[in-house]
Ligand binder design. Structure first.
Ligand code: T46
Length: 131
């Protein structure tokens, strides 16, 4: 399964903690889009798609949730619960995310602008494409 968990440097002092994320250096691509998700109920399942081209680094800067990744051969669950830990996913990975804590915020840095044509939202089609 191709994914990476990246621990970003925390610059902390008595005032609190700061994590800086620069595109094309700490983040392995130029950042073209940022979006975030919050107010999601624990049992809800989001995602349920893969991307043909998009790469993303996904954070839980607050709270926690589970990401289920599937490359067509195996499935793995990654628990995100540290504000400085980014889950780096390249293309052609089916993802679902769920088990949101009440305070969960999911923040995503994306390599491309939003493009619905880049989504595969049908699991059988995804399995065909990754074969
Ligand atoms: C992903 C996971 C982690 C936009 O208009 N612009 C955007 O940049 C995004 C991300 C979404 N949208 C619209 C499309 C839908 O009408 O917002 C609505 C909800 O999007 P979606 O159902 O795709 O949300 P999730 O949480 O299932 O998936 C999102 C991303 O779409 C996806 O790329 O990897 O978060």
């Amino acid at each position: 399964m191709e994914y990476e968990l990246i621990d970003f440097k925390v610059r902390g002092d008595e005032r609190g903690s700061l994590v800086a994320l620069e595109g094309s250096s700490e983040i392995p691509f130029e950042i073209k889009r940022v979006y975030y998700i919050y107010g999601t109920k624990r049992e809800v399942i989001r995602g349920r798609h893969s991307h043909r081209k998009l790469q993303q680094v996904i954070f839980c800067p607050q709270g926690s949730c589970d990401f289920i990744l599937d490359d067509g051969k195996e499935r793995q669950t990654i628990h995100l619960n540290r504000p400085n830990c980014g889950l780096y996913i390249k293309s052609n990975i089916w993802r679902e995310f769920t088990n949101f804590s009440e305070d969960c915020v999911v923040m995503v840095l994306a390599s491309e602008h939003y493009d619905e044509a880049d989504y595969i939202r049908d699991y059988d089609e995804f399995k065909k494409e990754v074969k």
